[in-house]
Design a protein around this ligand. Structure first.
Ligand SMILES: Cc1cc2nc3c(=O)[nH]c(=O)nc-3n(C[C@H](O)[C@H](O)[C@H](O)COP(=O)(O)O)c2cc1C
Length: 732
């Protein structure tokens, strides 16, 4: 049977029974405490298991002239009923070896009686008992299906207790606790079911027939001492449930002794066993089931039962968390249809975390006006206008597909695309598993073999949902396609963002030919230059990102006003003292590298924003060079020049160079870089760090220049320095 059939069975059983199970578990926990508190009472004598009837009964007889009944309860407390020397009747706990009264038996408290009744029958008498019985049976089925699911998950019964990887807490807890508490929960459910079946006669429950014996009184028989009755010598009090005493002056009366597995009739003169009735197996099993189900005979077992009951509540909770996570694999409504979309995002996700990453990418595409369509891998079809297909998929089992990607391979073969499409696969998995991202590898190979498919990037993998590893893919994909995507890992960390209040303290005017303006916000939140500010201009969930510079403890944004730019228009119309709701996204991969000896900063346009803050904060006087490209020379660039001069004076900055592309002697920032080839190679060899912020196209051009410089001057690729972490970028 497939995994999902067992999974659905397990879930369906849990859903049907969870209300009753919750009630039974809560009451079960309380009822488990009861036997433990009972056992703390001092009515059990030492060495009880060794006491025989031959030792006990003669002593009791000495103390009490007339005994009626002795009973031993599941706590091994001995209750004696009879008449004392003054002829008064009594019922008390006694020490069975001395006859000393040690306490008075009490009824269970009303609360415990109430809880017991709720647990057993929901106050609904037989109907209630029937429902509770059925719930016991359902719990049995849940335990069995759960065991099968664990076996399947562990890939065989041999690995049942092998290490479990912590994918997320609820799932880890559900499986680990399930394994440990499997036995007690199976016992609770099995015994509960058995008692139910007995009670409703589904399993025959034979009556015990007490044999009435015709007395055979031997007038000449000699009275033997009780302590010498062979049956009394053999029988321990621990095996006794009840003894009815005969009237001493009526030789036709017998001792009637109920043991745990039989009843005996014993002659009071001779000590002979006149009759022995063995209980049927069903009765013995019933007592055993009751003892196991209630824990009444053993405090340790009662505690284990209590823990198991408590855990059923946690199972219900964690089970629903797991189910809820699975429902997160549903994809929301698409803005564009599969037919019109140019970028197709296909997601294979079992517990929704992979979909979380895909959603963040999709949101950025849409905010950027890109025609995007997202679907589960199982919904694969022909995409007549697609230029890019991106696959995000997790792996389950031994390199197998998550549930919503199971049909993907067949569908790819069945529906070849009609035009050439570039593809990129991102695998989400865990290195804790042998077959790391096994399914993504398979899909990457499958797509490579399709005629219509052109590989855009090598397969990228993400271990344990690492946002940092994911941004490696984001960076590469975004740079190749020149489509801006945020590379701040914090954006992909899966935590729901908390919005913070930011107070606008100043906004400067725009210069005429360069529609750039700066804003300064005050906030209680911590931030660093290079972090991102996400704003919500349409007051919905769509975000726009801006690079932050920290100047005089204020959060500074440099924004270019676009005619139809939702974000820039929104920021532009803000008034001083206005408060906006936004969130700060930590972007540690683009913070100023404090450990570097030297830093080169390259920016164009508003990309200068984080660098302004970093330079202002460069109190360690790390050698820093700033290269910037703008279209026009204007008020704004004059202000940058003034700022740079001040910083050079403070030794926060060593050198500042500007390039203007739309002025006389037009040049670009990469021309400045080209000109300083010697300085740059010295920097790179001296472990200096290059930071780039601005347009993706500029980044691409600058990287090309750096590649040429490295090849010509150093005889090696710029990639060598990149892999050593000497290039930090944040482009859009
Ligand atoms: C039962 C189980 C089996 C898994 N098997 C693998 C595996 O074989 N290879 C792997 O790389 N990851 C494996 N994983 C890890 C998941 O692929 C990883 O946690 C992924 O991020 C989950 O993504 P999702 O929440 O979108 O389903 C397994 C996880 C679970 C719970």
């Amino acid at each position: 049977m497939t995994l999902s059939v067992w999974r659905y069975a397990h879930l369906a059983l849990a859903i049907i029974s969870f209300l009753f199970l919750t009630m039974a578990s809560i009451t079960g926990v309380i009822l488990a405490i009861d036997p433990v508190t009972e056992k703390t009472q001092p009515y059990k004598v030492d060495n009880f298991d060794a006491i025989t009837l031959a030792q006990s009964l003669p002593e009791l007889k000495k103390v009490y002239p007339e005994l009626i009944e002795l009973s031993v309860d599941h706590n091994q407390f001995v209750t004696l009923e009879g008449f004392d020397a003054d002829g008064n009747d009594f019922k008390q706990f006694v020490n069975p070896t001395t006859g000393k009264a040690i306490g008075t038996p009490k009824e269970k408290s009303e609360f415990i009686q109430w809880i017991t009744s709720l647990h057993r029958s929901l106050f609904l008498h037989e109907t209630g008992r029937f429902i509770v019985g059925i719930v016991s049976f359902l719990l049995l089925l849940i335990s069995v299906s759960g065991t099968i699911l664990i076996i399947k998950r562990q890939q065989g019964i041999r690995h049942f207790f092998a290490k479990i990887n912590k994918d997320f807490f609820a799932q880890y807890f559900h499986v680990v606790a399930g394994r440990i508490l499997l036995i007690p929960i199976l016992i609770i459910s099995l015994t509960g079911t058995y008692l139910f079946l007995l009670r409703f006669n589904v399993i025959p429950n034979p009556e015990i027939k007490t044999v009435e014996i015709t007395p055979k009184v031997d007038e000449n028989a000699k009275q033997i001492d009780l302590k010498d009755f062979p049956i009394f010598k053999q029988t321990h009090l621990a095996d006794v449930e009840k003894i009815e005493f005969p009237f001493a002056d009526d030789p036709e009366e017998f001792y009637k002794i109920k043991l745990t597995d039989r009843e005996l009739t014993v002659n009071q003169i001779t000590g002979k066993v006149e009759n022995e009735t063995l209980y049927p197996k069903a009765k013995v099993l019933e007592t055993l089931s009751l003892n196991l189900h209630t824990g009444r005979t053993n405090a340790v077992w009662a505690i284990i039962l209590g823990i198991a009951s408590l855990n059923i509540l946690f199972f219900i909770y964690s089970g629903f968390v797991i189910t809820f996570k699975r429902t997160r694999t549903k994809i929301g409504k698409n803005k564009f249809t599969a037919d019109e979309a140019e970028i197709i995002l296909l997601v294979g996700s079992e517990n929704g975390s992979t979909l979380g990453f895909a959603n963040k990418i999709q949101a950025q595409f849409l905010a950027d006006g890109k025609k995007t369509f997202m679907a589960q891998m199982n919904q694969y079809q022909v995409y007549p206008n697609a230029k890019n297909i991106i696959i995000f998929t997790s792996t389950y089992g031994i390199g197998e597909a998550p549930t919503n990607a199971k049909n993907f391979e067949n569908l790819v073969i069945k529906h070849p695309q009609t035009q050439n499409i570039k593809f990129s696969v991102v695998g989400f998995g865990s290195k804790a598993y042998k077959d790391f991202c096994g399914y993504a590898v398979k899909i990457d190979e499958l797509l490579t073999a399709q005629k219509w498919a052109t590989r855009l990037l090598d397969l990228k993998t993400v271990n344990d949902r690492s946002p940092e590893e994911f941004t490696n893919w984001v960076k590469e994909w975004s740079e190749i396609n020149l489509i801006a995507l945020s590379t701040a890992p914090a954006l992909y960390s899966g935590k729901t963002p908390k919005l913070k209040a930011l107070n606008l303290v100043s906004k400067n005017t725009i210069s005429e030919n360069d529609k750039t303006f700066t804003l300064h916000f005050q906030t209680k939140d911590k931030f660093k230059s290079g972090d991102l500010l996400a704003i919500y201009p349409a007051n919905d969930h769509r975000e726009r990102f801006y690079s932050i510079g920290k100047i005089n403890n204020k959060l500074q944004l440099v924004v270019k006003l676009h005619e139809f730019g939702l974000g820039s228009q929104y920021l532009h119309q803000l008034k001083n003292d206005e408060i906006i709701k936004a969130r700060i996204i930590k972007n540690s991969s683009f913070h100023f590298p404090k450990k570097a000896k030297k830093v080169i900063m390259i920016a164009n346009g508003t990309g200068i924003a984080p660098f302004l803050g970093m330079i202002d904060e460069n109190s360690k006087l790390i050698e820093t060079h700033l290269y910037c490209g703008f279209r026009h020379q204007n008020e704004t660039t004059k202000k940058y020049q003034e700022f740079a001069n001040q910083q050079i004076e403070k030794q926060h900055l060593k050198h500042f160079q500007l390039a203007f592309s739309r002025e006389e002697n037009s040049n670009y920032v990469m021309d400045l870089v080209k000109k300083d080839a010697d300085l740059i190679t010295d920097f790179l060899q001296d472990n200096g760090v290059i930071m780039i912020c601005g347009a993706l196209a500029m980044q691409k051009d600058v990287e090309q220049v750096l590649e040429v410089i490295c090849q010509e001057k150093l005889g090696k690729s710029f990639d060598y320095f990149k892999t050593k972490g000497q290039l930090l970028t944040d482009c859009y």
